[in-house]
Design a protein around this ligand. Sequence first.
Ligand code: SF4
Length: 268
Amino acid sequence: MAERSSIEWTDATWNPVRGCTKISPGCKHCYAETFAERFRGVKGHPYEQGFDLRLVPEKVNEPLRWRHPRRIFVNSMSDLFHEGVPDSYIAAVADVMVRANWHTYQVLTKRSARMQDLLKDRLRFAAAQAHIWWGVSVENKRHGLPRVEHLRSAPARVRFLSIEPLLEDLGRIDLSGIHWVIVGGESGFGARPMKPGWVVSVRHQCREQNVPFFFKQWGGVHKSRSGRLLDGRTYDEMPDALGANELVRKRHEIGDRLRLVAQGSLES
Ligand code: SF4
């Protein structure tokens, strides 16, 4: 697990699966593939096999060993619902998320039909948990909007959309049953441009439908230059479910402080 992540909407990443295959236009400049392929053939490196899909069983229990609560992006370097990942393995990952319930998990997929089916069946025990957020990627109308329908009909307690890279105007989006929307433009070499009007339209619909809105970045070849201001401000809203998790987080922090005070290593 990476203890810190530079991704704006998460704290850490956890990859019990590595590697993936492309499924839709949003994958064209997949950052995970670019990163992983850099290390293909490097003996002993976690990405020695490049971006080839593989399970990493020794990583499955990691969140249980991580004491401090974090928001964890699950499989930032893969897709948990990839057809090459067995149902039993996905269930084992979900079981850890349920047991290590002091963290908040952000599970994001483009294989939304499979996620929907499993949440209705084998993953039902995890679907109802407020600390596990289930999300789909939405890059365009044709591939992205059907994923929203899959997500909406899944029995998930917290549902979110990652609209990144936003490749066109999405038009009208039904956000009923959706608890959080992230929007971002593509970054890096060859990044496809994102028009401000497309972002403003999503923000407007989030406001109308009372859904928290997070603006991640404009992207582009130099994403640090284009930044993440929209109409002069940042948007870092989070799902309401976070309220409960913030309480858990604070409880742990207070517990830690009290322990240190009791040990005499911190002035009260
Ligand atoms: S689904 Fe995600 S991880 Fe897999 S290739 Fe596409 S962008 Fe990359």
